[in-house]
Ligand binder design. Structure first.
Ligand SMILES: Cc1cc2nc3c(=O)[nH]c(=O)nc-3n(C[C@H](O)[C@H](O)[C@H](O)COP(=O)(O)O)c2cc1C
Length: 301
């Protein structure tokens, strides 16, 4: 999740450390305000998520930076070829970079805990920038005129994925596809995994829930790993996804909300809650461990 370090004090590092302590991966965003190099220092097994433009030189330059930083897994997000029309953000006066308006000043004034606990301490270390969009630093988080450079993501295609596969020696994960045919193509191109995702429902209205296509996607994935995200909130959600064919689930907002409330310790608590739920639910299902989860748990309606 981009902008985590604006919502929670040092949010990326807090989540990366909590994940490290629990022995689970953390994915740092290409729209993060924390340099990727700092995140991989906080958790040596963190993954890097890139938004790459369809421009070979920029692809190669960012991939080289990610490799040099020491990441072993690169996640390419493919569902953001153009920006979503987020009318809720427009109504709230939210943009990136943030524009100082009377509305923004008022919103800051009514959130003193966040201003004093997160925003000002962050600002005192220097103006946050989009650090990981390209090989070099991007736009500042607050600016009157600067626009973010998104590159030509609308030109990104399967040939670019093949190029990335060619120049990236680590694990390659494609995030943000739903169509089973795309899962099959990702396997052909040599991806190590796909994350079925509709970006948490934040991009395209009426995009279907990835859970609905999970069995079909599983059939196309073969022995390639299949991951899923979106709305995983309780232990039973994890078990349902695994029963429908996922190898692993990812969790976004709940851990970010935990980080905003109480930093690394609260994220560790959130992870523990989910883990406890999974274990308890396994017990209630009469299962001993995750490997016993399968389609027999499901009752077709
Ligand atoms: C605030 C926010 C920022 C996000 N930023 C990114 C991003 O930079 N890159 C990306 O691939 N997905 C991004 N996403 C999507 C998440 O990675 C994830 O797919 C989505 O939140 C679904 O999981 P959840 O329902 O558990 O939150 C973002 C989601 C949120 C809520």
């Amino acid at each position: 999740m981009g902008l985590s370090a604006l919502m929670a004090r040092d949010g990326d590092v807090a989540m990366a450390r909590a994940a490290g302590a629990a022995g689970i991966p953390f994915v740092v965003s290409g729209s993060s305000l924390t340099p990727m190099e700092d995140v991989v220092k906080a958790n040596g097994s963190a993954w890097f998520q890139a938004y790459l433009p369809g421009e070979d030189d920029r692809v190669r330059a960012l991939v080289a930076r990610v490799e040099k930083a020491g990441f072993g897994t690169l996640v390419l997000t493919a569902d953001t070829a153009v920006l979503a029309n987020r009318e809720n953000n427009q109504r709230a006066g939210f943009s990136t970079p943030l524009r100082i308006t009377p509305r923004l000043i008022w919103d800051f004034a009514i959130k003193p805990r966040w201003v004093l606990g997160t925003f000002l301490p962050t600002l005192m270390q220097g103006m946050p920038h989009f650090e990981n969009s390209f090989a070099t630093r991007g736009a500042p988080i607050i600016s009157k005129q600067v626009a973010r450079d998104f590159g030509r993501k609308d030109h990104l295609n399967w040939d670019h994925l093949a190029l990335i596969r060619d120049c990236w020696p680590g694990k390659l994960v494609l995030k943000g596809v739903i169509a089973p045919a795309d899962v099959a193509q990702a396997r052909v191109v040599g991806c190590d995994a796909v994350i079925l995702s509709n970006h948490g429902g934040r991009q395209l209205d009426h995009a279907m829930s990835p859970l609905r296509v999970l069995p079909e996607a599983r059939a196309q994935a073969g022995d390639m790993a299949l991951l899923i995200d979106g709305g995983i909130r309780r232990g039973t959600d994890v078990i349902k996804a695994l029963a429908l064919g996922a190898d692993m689930v990812l969790v976004g907002r709940p851990f970010l909300y935990a980080a905003t409330l109480g930093g690394q310790p609260m994220v560790e608590t959130a992870i523990e809650i989910l883990k406890t739920e999974v274990h308890r639910n396994l017990g209630l299902l009469g299962l001993r461990d995750l490997s016993e989860i399968g389609p027999t748990l499901l009752h077709p309606v």
